[in-house]
Design a protein around this ligand. Structure first.
Ligand code: BTN
Length: 321
């Protein structure tokens, strides 16, 4: 009911909504309505309450609750089911557990703060409260296992496009899926899946975005290598709105990818946004160090390096440019 009240307040934002009307609509007492209004105020909604007039929504807080994300979201699958938590260890961990119990394709797990945020290759991911987007999507794509890396690239293209639009500056993709502004990382993506069969039946795409941090809010070790959308754009953002834009763009690209039956259209967009191609890179692969000029990504999503001993493909690595 709280979410419904919020919806009504939003729909009447320029006028007062009488307590009486709310009571009638939900068939509850004034005290019950007042309790929900108080809860909303505690969450940070600024609601004007005037005797004999009623309630008016003045402003919505920057919070990543299901209600804020759902409001105006125009996707068909992604984010149609939302699990929003104030604090947890890692959204990827919770999403993996939920995926096992049958949560639907497109389920979004999001937290305001992660105490054990996971980065790639066992690193920690700095996920303080109130400033970033820490979210994971449960996808059930039914793709051959070999195509898994492409899914991450689709996500990177979607996030990269949205961040570029919002910041008004080009966000570059560093292979495979870091999003950077002028060589400082703003977003990382961690895709995890169960490898039990030859088909990907469920994937967790974890996306971490620095949104509203100022420079001093980053710990010393990150200050020179990380950035946030706010630092780049020079203004703060409403995180739930950023989440909506990402879900919408990801769904669009993902549908294109599925409809086209090939990675080709996304691959071209990835290449346009890449800051890796055309640079000499060192790739720390599970089989050792490879250095060379990054010349392409292939149709499967592997990075193609021109090395001293000819062209080599890199399927999984941390790279330095
Ligand atoms: C990287 O190392 O670049 C990947 C970082 C991925 C971080 C996100 S935050 C949401 C999700 N939950 C996690 O524990 N990790 C991912």
């Amino acid at each position: 009911m709280k979410e419904q009240i919020l919806k009504m307040l939003r729909a009447n934002q320029n006028e007062y909504l009488s307590g009486e009307e709310l009571c009638r609509r939900f068939n509850v007492s004034r005290t019950a309505i007042w309790k929900h209004i108080k809860d909303l105020q505690e969450e940070g909604y600024e609601i004007d309450a005037v005797r004999n007039k009623g309630y008016r929504l003045v402003s919505a807080p920057d919070i990543v609750t299901a209600a804020e994300i759902r409001e105006g979201l125009s996707t068909r699958r992604l984010g149609q089911h939302i699990v929003a938590v104030k604090e947890l260890d890692s959204t990827n961990v919770l999403a993996a557990k939920l995926a096992e119990t049958g949560e639907p394709d497109g389920t979004l797990v999001i937290a305001d703060c992660q105490t054990g945020g996971k980065g790639r290759r066992g690193k920690a991911w700095f996920s303080p409260p109130g400033t970033g987007i820490w979210m994971s999507l449960i996808l059930r794509p039914h793709l051959p296992l070999a195509q898994a890396p492409q899914l991450t690239l689709v996500a990177a293209v979607a996030v990269g496009q949205v961040l570029s639009d919002l910041a008004g500056h080009r966000a570059g993709i560093k292979w495979p899926n870091d999003i950077l502004f002028e060589d400082r990382k703003c977003c990382g993506i961690l895709t995890e899946m169960n490898m039990e069969s030859e088909e990907i039946t469920r994937v967790i795409v974890g996306i971490g975005i620095n949104v509203n941090q100022t420079e001093i809010e980053f710990p010393d070790e990150l200050r020179d290598i990380a950035t946030s959308l706010r630092i780049v754009a020079g203004r703060p953002f409403h995180r739930a709105k950023v989440v909506q834009r990402i879900l919408e763009r990801f769904e669009l690209l993902y549908d294109q990818y599925a409809e086209y039956g090939s990675f080709a259209p996304i691959r071209e967009q990835w290449k346009q946004q890449s800051i890796t191609l055309g640079r000499y890179v060192s790739a720390h692969t599970p089989r050792g160090l490879l250095t060379g000029l990054a010349v392409d990504i292939d149709e499967m999503g592997a990075l193609v390096l021109e090395t001293d001993s000819g062209r080599q493909k890199v399927y999984s690595a941390d790279i330095q440019v």
